[in-house]
Design a protein around this ligand. Structure first.
Ligand code: ADE
Length: 298
């Protein structure tokens, strides 16, 4: 059974949203809920074929009485020209862009020592530079004059992101970009916020991590204070809130939607080792050794 929005039917009637990465996982849930609330949605990602298929599926669920429509537009957000073309095609078709949801992104799992410069740059390019391209173009082409709302989807990287340092660095940068833009664009009536999801399960996310996927998701359950994983619909409702007039006084904020996960234990294990530099000599070190190795005196 499909989730039903808690928000008022028709809340976003006559509005237009662009959702990057709108065909899968969290982006698909956001697009689906916006459509349900009467918003016309342009879903964008690199995979044109999948976008078409998802748009068709979404279209079938729009009631005949709704003003909403869904349009798939393929775009690689790493490429500034493609982003500019995406924005101009939306403006040509709809004449407005009220909301931008920067959800498109991606990463692969790897310790830094095994990362190539090419792999690092690809992740920074998609997650950070792609978000910059989309924000800048939507702002200059439409929101500067008409206002609007931007929501950036980031990640739980508050304790660093060991194992995926590239995306941790990129998402932390987007968190900071969100704050800068909230101030720079306040005088245009543009609100800019971010949402930082905890571990969210979706079929597409699991497939993305290939054979590691099922293990990754199953082992992360005990690390959530909720003792369960989140689902994309638990992110989309928060995005709809931030886009809505209910959030009209919120800008420059990052909302952690993680059931407290970022305040709790991390999954990264540090093996026992003797590699750490010795503590300075002195009575405290002597007492510490006595505490930990009392038998050494015998
Ligand atoms: N999702 C993941 N990577 C992307 C990219 N380069 N462009 C658009 N959406 C994406």
């Amino acid at each position: 059974m499909a989730a039903v929005s808690v928000f008022k039917p028709g809340l976003f009637n006559q509005k237009v949203a662009v959702v990057t990465g709108g065909g899968t996982g969290i982006g698909k849930a956001i697009s689906t809920e916006l459509l349900e609330l009467g918003c016309s949605v342009v879903i964008s990602s690199r995979n044109a074929e999948r976008l078409q298929k998802v748009a068709k599926e979404m279209r079938q669920k729009i009631p005949a009485s709704s003003p909403a429509s869904v349009t798939p537009v393929p775009c690689n957000i790493r490429n500034e020209e493609e982003v500019n073309n995406l924005v101009s095609s939306v403006l040509r078709q709809y004449g407005r862009i009220d909301y931008l949801v920067n959800n498109g992104g991606g990463q692969f799992s790897s310790p830094v020592e095994n990362m190539t410069s090419k792999g690092w740059k690809a992740v920074i390019d998609t997650n950070l530079t792609g978000t910059f391209h989309c924000c800048k173009e939507v702002y200059t082409a439409y929101m500067k004059k008409h206002g609007g709302v931007i929501v950036n989807i980031i990640a739980d990287m508050w304790k660093g992101f060991p194992g995926m340092a590239h995306t941790g660095a990129a998402r932390a940068a987007v968190d900071n970009l969100t704050k800068s833009l909230a101030i720079e664009w306040a005088s245009s009536g543009v609100r800019v916020n971010a949402v930082a999801p905890g571990t969210i399960f979706s079929k597409t996310a699991m497939e993305n991590y290939k054979e590691l996927g099922p293990h990754l998701f199953k082992t992360s359950v005990p690390f959530s204070p909720a003792k369960r994983l989140g689902v994309p619909e638990e992110i989309s409702s928060v995005v709809c809130f931030l886009l809505s007039p209910a959030a009209s006084f919120i800008s420059g904020a990052t909302l952690k939607v993680d059931a407290g996960q970022s305040l709790y234990r991390t999954m990264w294990e540090i093996p026992d080792h003797q590699a750490w530099p010795e503590a300075p000599e002195g009575e405290n070190l002597v007492a510490l050794k006595e505490l930990l190795e009392p038998q050494s005196k015998l």
